[in-house]
Write a protein that binds this ligand. Structure first.
Ligand code: PGA
Length: 262
């Protein structure tokens, strides 16, 4: 039995966000590779976020075990109703999901999810026992203007703040300018932002939330990010669509996890 995703285990997390990519055939190939990689690397939690219509194909391929939990890419904030084209948290849960992403910058930009909706979607996810991964990150202009910290902390506060009990959720720090561009912050820059986020999570009673780095993660740079103790894993887009690259990421995460062992 794998540890419940609701209780962050002492493992590094490698999550693949397929976005609007993939066929049934590719889903089978990627899921099989993810399962093999996960089983070879028990110190790493491997999670897949396929498009909703491929969830059943992925779940069939990984089988009934929870060795590779799956998630939805964004749930609606409402429980049900007249919301054409959306998927509810309960529907993702019934489909077999354990996780849901919320607030990815593409969802914020293209689908109009503001902080209030990202928070409401996280709440809807929790109500269906899904573990949200809340995506935050500054644009290039915001970094240039020196307000990255204000932006990122504001996004974290909007979802985790003003609660009687800490929200059980993880965070993915994804600088918008690093997503799909091949550009990344330096390891030190990423670690600095993770430190800001960690402090806010502690202030909001969520000290066990994991903080992932996302944005152009590749086999050649994952080791640097995971060398930082403040980085608990990675959220991967493009490189999660190639079985060899994704396997290499999981293997690199296992090596990083081994190096962290006392
Ligand atoms: P990328 O995407 O790895 O292709 O940059 C990351 C993400 O958007 O989650």
């Amino acid at each position: 039995m794998s540890p419940s995703p609701a209780a962050p285990a002492d493992r590094l997390l490698v999550a693949g966000n397929w976005k609007m990519n993939g066929t049934r055939a590719l889903a089978r190939e990627l899921a099989a590779a993810a399962l093999a990689a996960a089983r070879a690397s028990p110190s790493v939690e491997v999670v897949l976020f396929p498009p909703a219509v491929l969830l059943d194909e992925v779940l069939r391929a990984v089988g009934p075990t929870t060795d590779v939990p799956v998630g939805g890419q964004q749930c609606h904030w409402a429980a049900e109703g007249a919301h054409t084209a959306s998927v509810s948290a309960a529907q993702f849960a019934e489909a077999g999901c354990a996780y849901v992403l919320t607030g990815h910058s593409e969802v914020r930009r293209e689908l109009g999810f503001d902080d209030a909706r990202v928070r409401a979607a996280a709440d809807a996810a929790r109500a269906s026992r899904l573990r949200p991964i809340v995506c935050v990150g500054e644009t290039e202009d915001e970094r240039g203007a020196g307000v990255a910290r204000t932006i990122v902390e504001g996004q974290v506060d909007a979802v985790f703040g003003s609660r009687s009990a800490g929200l059980e959720a993880d965070v993915a720090y994804e600088p918008v300018w690093a997503i799909g561009t091949g550009r990344t912050p330096t390891v030190e820059q990423a670690a600095e932002v993770h430190g800001w986020i960690r402090a806010r999570l502690e202030a909001h009673g969520a000290p066990r939330s994991r903080i992932l780095y996302g944005g152009s993660v590749a086999p050649g740079n994952i080791g640097g990010f995971l060398s930082q103790p403040v980085v608990d894993g990675v959220l991967v887009g493009g490189a999660s669509l190639r079985a060899d690259a994704f396997t290499a990421l999981v293997t690199a995460a296992r090596a990083a996890a081994d190096r962290r062992r006392p």
